[in-house]
Each structure stands twice: as structure tokens, then as C-alpha cells.
Design a protein around this ligand. Structure first.
Ligand code: BG6
Length: 478
């Protein structure tokens, strides 16, 4: 769907996120022919660059992060023609008049705050003070949105002093992933699943976001954040919401965000014995966590697993097990909906107990597998075996080995279209912090120390125990 002409200003335009994600995503969209004439992208940062210098920097980033599209030199040059730059300081008035001169009056205008949250307030104030905000202005802010409930509230208040909620786009890039959106399509586009989607038929749900990468290059940020703030409070929480929410009446921003918000508010406080924290140690030849951050006494978790409960009519009594960690055996994000056993086996106890499992693979090898029970072939008795009904999205859609579009492609274009459905609302973020804060406060109060786990493993043994105590076990990470 083509989008209207727009001016997009990227504060922090020379930074890592802009160069690695935002600009490559914009370039890919440009190459897809989605843009009308008259699109302008303006990098803004304190680094002193002229336009040509910034264009050279962008070209280098694109060659690394959008290599396939860069094969077309003509497209690259045409894109760079739309890229401009201003040297600008968020804390002073330097550069703002030049920025103002570059902006067009009659276009969608978006300001992307690809900077630390400390700058949100000063930037918002200066956009207003220099009269750069038009009725069609949108601002985009990145996670982490605050460090806790108090700071998130303060950030929301700062932004609300200058912009309406309908102008604020809070990014959680998981919502831009094709397969995460597919969760909604699978749930609400099929008659098959929804009638079974409740505590009567579902024994429990597992949400795993395993990463094989460590935290190299982000030591300072990560040491303050840990897995709970970096992943659980946002990405896993969003997945939980999409899996557990009631069907919204429409796929529109407030309908979807109202339902997600209700899930977060219905979460019980997690009991201390239902949480496992871990920290990777060296294993093999790699560096352990504490060595990586240069703090032998670090108590920051690089892994967390927990059991959550949603106290509402649909989910009472069905636990949700969530886990995420760095330096695990594989990169694998999967949601497993574990159905209950059939109430009675007509084949007798010797046929064994078999339960259906719906696995939604978010990345890699995106797709869905439904484990079903059939008769074991052969002339013997009535023995049962489980087999997968397997569907890979790439094969089913004939897209071969092509990777799904990057989350930022979808999200940045939604900003321009003015569609907030896949962005977090202020109250939603605050509710997620309200659930997270007591967990972290409890760790501090108890002097909790994360359990070591070996790099390249599936996480600390205690995470297995968390399940075993309930007579369950994690599905494999692969
Ligand atoms: C980011 C976290 O938000 O998400 C990172 O800060 C994490 O720690 C990343 O590695 C994971 O994103 P993806 O898209 O690679 O699953």
C-alpha cells in the first residue's frame, strides 16, 4: 500500500539503531516502490557531518545491513538523494533553525527519537518551542521505555505535556515481526482454535525466547537492565498478551490495546518460588557474564524463567511459563500451547497418554506445528504415536528461503500511515512495569543471586525444576 509523502527526522541518526535497523528498513521500503515522490529523511545528531558525509555513512551501513538491495546502485543513489542531515543539539538551540528550514509544510512529519530516554523531554520541548509540530506530527520512541514504573510514568507525563497520545508511537519491535502478527491471524482468522483456547482445554502455555547471542557491546546498558527489564517486561509480555487476550472487536489500535491491557492487569503477582534467574558462565572457551561486564560480583540476570497466572474467566488455573535468556543453545522463539489429555482413553492405559501441542514458531523457521495422535502403523495392537502436522510459512506461501520482512519495515511505515495498532499505549507500558517492579524489588530485598548456567546450554537446572514440580517439562529449544 503506497504511503503519502513524508518528512522523517531521525534524532540519533548517526547511532547504532539508526544505521543498523531504521535506515536499512527505510531503504528496503523505498526499493519496494511503496513511496510517493517527495519523501525526505533527515538525520539529526550532535556529530558534525555535512550532508555528503552523512550520505557516505548511510551508504556504508546499507551495504552491510541491506546488502541485497544495494546491488542496485541506481536505487541506492536515488535513496541517498532523499537523505539529508543537520547537526543539532537536543540540549541547546543549536541547529534547530536549520532543521526547521528543511521541513515541508504539507506533509506527514515524523520525529524518531532514536536516543536515550534522557533526551525525550528536551527534544519534545524544542520541537514545540521551534514550532516544528504540525497536526500531522508523530513521534516515535524506542524501548526501554523507562527503568521502572516511576520513570515510565515520568516519561509518559513529559511526552503528554507536548503531544497527544494519538501522536506517540512506542516501539516494541516484536509487534512488527510478521510471525507475531500471525499469532493474531491464527487465533482470530480460524474457527478451529478459538473454542479450545481456554483453561478447559489448555493445560498450560510455554513462551520461550531463547537467544544464542550474548551482550557484547551493550555491557553497560545490560548490566543495569538484565533479562527481566530487557526482554520480559516488553517482548515476552507482548507475546503473552497476544496469546491470552480476548478477541478485540476490530483490528484497530484502541480495540487491540484495550484487550492487551486487560491481560496485563489480570496478571497475579509472581510468587518468588515461581521465578528462576540465571547468569551464563564461560563454558568452553567463551567469557562468562561477569567477565564480559567486568564485574565479578554482578547479580544481573541474563536468563529468567517464571510461572505466571492470569486471573480471569478464560485462564483461571492455566499457568503460563515464560523464559528468555542469552547465550543459550540456539536462537529460537516459540510459543507452545499444551492441550490437556483426552478425558478418557478408549484404547486403554497401555496406549499411553497423548496430548495435542500447538507450536507457533516465531523465529527462525517460522511456522506452525500441531502434534496429533495417530495409530502406530503395523499389524500389532492399537498403539498410538504422536506425529507433527507441520507447516512452514515460507513453504506454504512459496517464499522459499526468503526471510520475512524486518519488523522495522512494517513499524516505520505504520507510523507514516498513522496506524498505532502495533505500538504500545502509555497505560499498557505502565501496567507492565507495575507487574515487573515487585519482582525485581523482591530480588533486591532477598539479596537474590542468579544461578549460573553454562553458555550454550538450555539455561539453569532450576528452570527444569520449576516445571518438574508441576509435573510438566519444557519443550526443547532448537
Ligand atoms: C532487544 C533486546 O529489544 O531485542 C536485545 O534489547 C535482544 O537484548 C533483542 O537481543 C532480540 O530481538 P530479535 O529481533 O533478535 O529477537
Amino acid at each position: 500500500i503506497p504511503v503519502d509523502p513524508f518528512d522523517l527526522v531521525i534524532f540519533g541518526g548517526t547511532g547504532d539503531l539508526a544505521q543498523r535497523k531504521i535506515l536499512p528498513a527505510l531503504f528496503r521500503r523505498f526499493c519496494s516502490g511503496q513511496w510517493a515522490e517527495g519523501v525526505q529523511i533527515i538525520g539529526a545528531a550532535r556529530t558534525i557531518h555535512d550532508r555528503a558525509g552523512f550520505q557516505t555513512m548511510v551508504a556504508e551501513s546499507l551495504r552491510t545491513h541491506a546488502a541485497a538491495q544495494c546491488q542496485d546502485e541506481g536505487a541506492l543513489r536515488a535513496f541517498l538523494d532523499r537523505v539529508d542531515y543537520v547537526t543539532l543539539d537536543g540540549y541547546s538551540n543549536e541547529g534547530w533553525d536549520q532543521l526547521s528550514d528543511k521541513l515541508n509544510q504539507d506533509r506527514v512529519r515524523a520525529f524518531y527519537f532514536s536516543v536515550g530516554p534522557r533526551l525525550f523531554g528536551p527534544l519534545a520541548e524544542r520541537i514545540k518551542a521551534h514550532d516544528l509540530a504540525t497536526p500531522s506530527t508523530r513521534i516515535v520512541v524506542e524501548k526501554p521505555f523507562g527503568h521502572d514504573l516511576e520513570s515510565a510514568r515520568a516519561l509518559n507525563a513529559t511526552l503528554a505535556a507536548h503531544f497527544r497520545e494519538s501522536q506517540i508511537y512506542r516501539i516494541d519491535h516484536y509487534l512488527g515481526k510478521e510471525t507475531v502478527q500471525n499469532l493474531m491471524a491464527v487465533r482470530f482468522g480460524n474457527m478451529l482454535f478459538e473454542p479450545l483456547w481456554n483453561s478447559q482445554y489448555v493445560d498450560h502455555i510455554q513462551i520461550t525466547v531463547a537467544e544464542s547471542v550474548g551482550i557484547d557491546g551493550r555491557e553497560e546498558y545490560y548490566e543495569r537492565a538484565g533479562a527481566m527489564r530487557d526482554m520480559m517486561q516488553n517482548h515476552l509480555m507482548q507475546l503473552l498478551c497476544l496469546i491470552a487476550m480476548e478477541p478485540p472487536a476490530k483490528f484497530d489500535p484502541d480495540a487491540v490495546r484495550d484487550e492487551k491491557s486487560k491481560v496485563i492487569r489480570a496478571l497475579d503477582q509472581v510468587q518468588p518460588h515461581h521465578i528462576v534467574r540465571g547468569q551464563f558462565d564461560g563454558g568452553g572457551s567463551g567469557k562468562g557474564y561477569s567477565e564480559t561486564v567486568g564485574n565479578p560480583r554482578s547479580t544481573t540476570e541474563s536468563y529468567v524463567a517464571l510461572r505466571a497466572h492470569i486471573s480471569n474467566w478464560r485462564w483461571a488455573g492455566t499457568p503460563f511459563y515464560l523464559r528468555t535468556g542469552k547465550r543459550l543453545v540456539a536462537r529460537s522463539s516459540v510459543i507452545n500451547v499444551m492441550f490437556k489429555d483426552a478425558p478418557h482413553s478408549i484404547f486403554g492405559e497401555e496406549a499411553g497418554r497423548h496430548a495435542n501441542v500447538l507450536s507457533i514458531r516465531l523465529q527462525p523457521n517460522e511456522g506452525i506445528t500441531l502434534k496429533v495422535t495417530i495409530k502406530e502403523p503395523g499389524p500389532g495392537g492399537m498403539r498410538l504415536v504422536d506425529v507433527p502436522l507441520d507447516m512452514s510459512f515460507a513453504k506454504a506461501l512459496g517464499s522459499g528461503n526468503q526471510d520475512p520482512p524486518d519488523a522495522y519495515e512494517r513499524l516505520v511505515m505504520d507510523v507514516i500511515r498513522g496506524n498505532q495498532t502495533l505500538f504500545m499505549r502509555g497505560d499498557e507500558v505502565e501496567a507492565a512495569w507495575a507487574w515487573t517492579d515487585p519482582i525485581i524489588a523482591g530480588w533486591h530485598a532477598r539479596g537474590d543471586v542468579p544461578k549460573p548456567y553454562e553458555s550454550g546450554s538450555t539455561g539453569p537446572g532450576d528452570a527444569e525444576l520449576l516445571m518438574k514440580r508441576d509435573g510438566r517439562r519444557w519443550q526443547g529449544i532448537n
